[in-house]
Design a protein around this ligand. Structure first.
Ligand code: ADP
Ligand code: MG
Length: 353
């Protein structure tokens, strides 16, 4: 049985080194907050800062980042802008996931009781194929005015995503897995994905399995999201559904996402936005990136620090309700960070090491 959580590598004297990729837009300011919280909280993680330049003509920056992540095993990441439609320039985000074979993306979508949102009490786990499907980047203009784009679905990747989903569901005691697809139209590609998840589901009789077509799924999510528990889907449906659910729960600034392969892991904000238009204004919600750092700490096995930090987030967002404008509040990014720092300090002081 495949191990769900992988052991990180670089550890010296109890400290871990993690690659930090700030990316564009609000990425750098959010990473500064994370670094400050880790410093104040005495969290034993060192960051190796790596900049990626999406405008560079070569791939040296990307190769450097990949080497760093391979060395450290773990990265925390902001989103890297891919504004160019030049076909020679590939998305750095996609390239990183492909090169490191981070075949699954996990988005835990849980409502915050202190946040006024479109839907309450949501608790959905999205398990998304992260490296193929419509993101294969295999497009060409076959004859003038006709573009072909390949959607790649493989038996092996469908199987390991389904396996990951059922193992994860079992480990967390979840009751139901729903496979999202459009196999009525894309009979071969989505058909393979669906058939594979059905086959794997048979090995987990204690977990209910059903299926739903992607368009109906979007409607059901908006009207009755509480019917969903764990969802499995291909890459493009995954990004759309992730954004829909984040919207229902409170927007781009709250939830974090995890990217796993057999050897490496990258943690990042769940909706993968750059937030370019709000950069440098002290209004970006820092919670999604801080939650990504909590995920990272859990992955590294620093459970106590992860718990202190997630409690600080809960106190700030749910109890004191210190909210940035995206959540309908008037607090600045720094107000939120100050509150988290205060709670982290209190918790750290009262601890007996
Ligand atoms: P842009 O790059 O134009 O700002 P994005 O696609 O990156 O837009 O983000 C989508 C929307 O989500 C934008 O309105 C952006 O401001 C918002 N957003 C993204 N991240 C955050 C955040 N951390 N806090 C608040 N709003 C955010
Ligand atoms: Mg953007």
């Amino acid at each position: 049985v495949r191990k769900v959580i992988h052991i990180p590598k670089a550890q010296y004297g109890g400290r871990h080194t993690v690659t930090m990729l700030p990316g564009g837009g609000i990425g750098p300011e959010l990473m500064d907050y994370v670094k400050e919280i880790f410093r104040v909280g005495g969290i034993p993680v060192d960051f190796e800062l790596v900049q990626i330049d999406p405008k560079s003509s070569g791939n040296e920056d990307l190769e450097y980042a990949i080497t760093s992540i391979k060395r450290n095993g773990v990265a925390i990441k902001g989103n890297i802008e891919t504004g160019s439609l030049d076909t020679g320039i590939i998305s750095r985000n996609v390239a990183l996931r492909n090169e490191l074979d981070l075949y699954v993306n996990v988005l835990s979508c849980k409502s915050y009781p202190g946040v006024i949102a479109r839907q309450k009490d949501i608790d959905i786990l999205i398990i998304r194929q992260n490296t193929e499907g419509e993101y294969a980047m295999l497009e060409h203009e076959s004859v003038s005015g006709v573009v072909e784009s390949m959607k790649i679905v493989t038996y092996d990747n469908s199987e390991r995503v389904a396996r990951f989903a059922f193992e994860y569901a079992k480990k967390l005691g979840r009751k139901k897995v729903t496979t999202i697809h459009k196999a009525n139209i894309m009979k071969l590609s989505d058909g393979l994905f669906l058939e594979t998840s059905k086959r794997i589901a048979k090995e987990y009789p204690e977990i209910e399995h059903n299926e739903m077509i992607i368009d109906n799924c979007c409607m059901q999510l908006v009207s009755n999201p509480h019917q969903f528990d764990v969802m499995i889907m291909t890459n493009l449906y995954g990004t759309i559904v992730s954004n829909v659910i984040c919207g229902l729960v409170g927007g781009a600034g709250l939830l974090s996402g995890k990217n796993y392969g057999d050897h490496y892991a990258i943690f990042e904000p769940g909706t993968r936005n750059t937030g370019t238009s709000i950069a440098g204004k002290n209004i970006a919600n820092p919670i999604a990136m801080i939650n990504a750092s909590v995920d990272m700490l859990e992955h590294l096995g620093h459970q106590t620090h992860a718990h202190i930090l997630s409690s600080a987030v809960n106190n700030t967002v749910n109890v004191e309700k210190i909210h940035t404008p995206d959540l309908g509040g008037t607090a600045s990014s720094m107000d939120v960070v100050q509150s988290i720092l205060k709670h982290v300090l209190e918790a750290t002081k009262s601890m007996k090491w």
